[in-house]
Design a protein around this ligand. Sequence first.
Ligand SMILES: C[S@@+](CC[C@H](N)C(=O)[O-])C[C@H]1O[C@@H](n2cnc3c(N)ncnc32)[C@H](O)[C@@H]1O
Length: 178
Amino acid sequence: MDWKVYQQKTQNRNPSKLLEEALQYVNGKNALDFGAGALADSRYLLNKGFSVTALDSTAMTSLESPRFVHAITPFEKYIFIPHSFDLIHGRLSFPFVPSKYFNEVWNGIRSSLKHGGIITGEFFGPKDTWTQLSISEQDVYALFVGFEILKFEAREYDKEDSQGRMKHWHVFSLIARK
Ligand SMILES: C[S@@+](CC[C@H](N)C(=O)[O-])C[C@H]1O[C@@H](n2cnc3c(N)ncnc32)[C@H](O)[C@@H]1O
């Protein structure tokens, strides 16, 4: 995947509907946009009054705000500070953590969320065209042991990706509270 091209194609995308839905559960205003891409959701969160850390190894654009930090670094090199975020949002991004670092990064994500904080985002299922990134429904649940699941939705459909290529989507969307 060429992330520069991806980010160019998605820079005018609407905020994530899942993120909009998740905000009703969030107390506090410190957010991590995990795999922030072209920053559509970071911009949305800033407009909602959040302080936002946008984590991504590729950055085609940035945002001007004293409440914005752009962490331009690979997921696996980011230093997660325990109990620092009220919200961690990973729109289509958690599956792109390199598999050999996934457990370590996931532990960092879990620990950096404050008690009562919200994680939201998507995972790809076994029937997704990007199969190398897929995990099963049970695997997703296992990642959230100890969390309260506020939403879990599995969907399958055919639709073009952001670069106009037809793709079979098998997506698990999730909102969970620590
Ligand atoms: C599918 S895109 C999602 C971007 C954004 N959340 C959105 O929905 O538009 C995945 C993002 O993860 C970033 N990414 C992929 N591998 C990464 C890694 N190892 N470390 C940090 N960022 C990575 C890419 O640059 C890309 O912006």
